[in-house]
Design a protein around this ligand. Structure first.
Ligand SMILES: [Zn+2]
Length: 453
């Protein structure tokens, strides 16, 4: 190890506890954690060394990371630690292509399956296109746990920052969108701006309301400092990273309602107002367009890190007072290159529902069903790593590659068939109580989430 890494290693010693917390490793203050070799309780000495009473292994944080992740060099463990703890490393932080293919990234977690993940999202459109209406309808479906078109939602409470409308207009919109039964939507019509108290207001609210999983900010413009020196790529990027870090910290989705430029473009995403710093930092962007203000039909295009490029044709129904989906490109999604292998995994799981074993055992199982299948365990794992999301969303198979059996250095694959969830509309009654007004935050119809029958 060269002097540079030796120096980093010395610095990292004092960050042992920070690492355990950053990697969500069990830590029982002040001095206990789990042994990376045998999983027994082991003690942390002087905050910098661990020592296992069971298997007698010991070392500093770098030894711990090496054992815990199966790294074959101290340099790899040090680079991993620097990445986790945000320590600047003046060496280029590189991987081999083999290492990249062996990684399994954590899957995005969705608030609305395949549509809205935890993170930061933009919904842009010209004024009066109906985007506020659409967003509030989505929020309402989320809080009731009802599907949005074909997409299942994961129920939670909603914070609706309705910063361009007075409460009486919000009230009319709520009645029309919700039909009177709102679930749990919290509303504020005023807030500070980002960099001037907004972050504190939002995090304070989220700490007091841990069941909130969706925050709707209508509009982004209202919380953004518009002084000329801030209205730049760097300013946009800073605004977005601030919001994104709050979304990530609380594990929620934040949706920003935003304007489009006047100038039309063949690519709807070119029409999002502001610099590319906005879209560059968002996890996904939705653009809603109408042919003219009075049209009852609209298009919605979506693109993002965790979603396919989606296109929806929408029509406003006067009967239900919401945007109904009348067409989409959902059926035209391209199948992945290794579709055949994924299909075989799904067929196998139809018989098993749940399965645990090594990659070689899985290859044997698949080959026993199709003798022509030409796969090595290594290649199978790499195909599955690269298509974890497709396996889950399209084939309804949850895949995890665990770190059990570390002694033999064999990783265990866990597969589980996901049951389709049928969401019943709740028949909750309206219990609107406006008496409990505190500050600008008005609780609307605080009813209990629907109980399982
Ligand atoms: Zn041990």
């Amino acid at each position: 190890m060269n002097a540079f890494y030796l120096n980093l290693r010395a610095q990292l010693k004092s960050r042992f506890i920070d690492y355990l917390k950053a990697d969500s490793i069990p830590y029982f203050p002040p001095e206990l954690t789990v042994c990376p070799h045998c999983r027994a309780h082991c003690s942390i000495l002087l905050d910098t060394m661990w020592s296992c009473p069971e298997c007698h292994e010991h070392g500093d944080v770098v030894d711990y990371v090496m054992a815990n992740n199966g790294f074959d060099s101290e340099e790899k463990a040090i680079r991993h630690l620097c990445r986790m703890l945000g320590i600047k490393n003046t060496y280029l932080d590189y991987f081999s292509a083999d290492e990249v293919m062996d990684m399994q990234f954590s899957e995005p977690v969705f608030i609305v399956d395949k549509l809205i993940s935890k993170g930061l999202h933009i919904l842009a459109g010209p004024s009066k296109a109906g985007k506020s209406w659409l967003a509030l309808w989505m929020a309402h479906r989320i809080t009731l746990g009802m599907p949005i078109w074909n997409f299942e939602t994961h129920p939670g409470e909603v914070l609706y920052l309705c910063l361009e409308d007075p409460l009486d207009r919000v009230q009319r919109r709520l009645v029309d969108v919700t039909d009177g039964s709102t679930g749990r939507i919290w509303i504020a019509t005023e807030s500070e701006m980002i960099g001037n108290g907004f972050e504190e207001q939002l995090t304070g609210f989220l700490r007091e309301h841990p069941n909130v999983n969706f925050v709707l900010i209508d509009t982004l413009q209202k919380i953004r400092d518009m002084k000329s020196e801030h209205y730049s790529y760097a300013g946009d990027y800073k605004t977005m990273t601030t919001l994104k870090s709050i979304a990530d910290r609380f594990g929620i989705a934040i949706m920003l309602i935003h304007h489009t430029r006047k100038a039309p473009s063949s690519d709807p995403f070119d029409m999002v107002s502001g610099t590319t710093g906005l879209m560059g930092c968002a996890d996904s962007t939705f653009v809603m367009l109408k042919e003219n203000r009075l049209a009852a039909s609209a298009t919605l295009d979506a693109t993002g890190r965790d979603i396919e490029n989606l296109h929806f044709d929408l029509r406003f129904s006067d009967e239900t007072m919401c945007w109904e989906m009348v067409g989409s490109n959902l059926d035209q999604q391209e199948l992945p290159k290794h579709d055949y292998v994924l299909k075989q995994i799904r067929a196998f799981m139809n018989e098993k529902e749940e399965w645990h074993g090594t990659a070689s055992e899985l290859v044997t199982e698949l080959k026993s069903r199709d003798h022509s299948l030409d796969l090595t365990p290594n290649v199978l794992v790499r195909i599955m790593n690269a298509h974890t999301v497709v396996l889950r969303n399209f084939y309804k198979v949850a895949y995890r590659r665990g770190q059990d059996n570390r002694k033999n250095n064999v990783k265990i694959i866990s597969l589980r068939l996901l049951k389709e969830i049928i969401v019943e509309p709740s028949d909750s009654t309206d219990k609107t109580d406006m008496s409990d007004i505190c500050g600008h935050i008005v609780p609307i119809a605080p009813i209990e989430p629907p109980q399982d029958a």
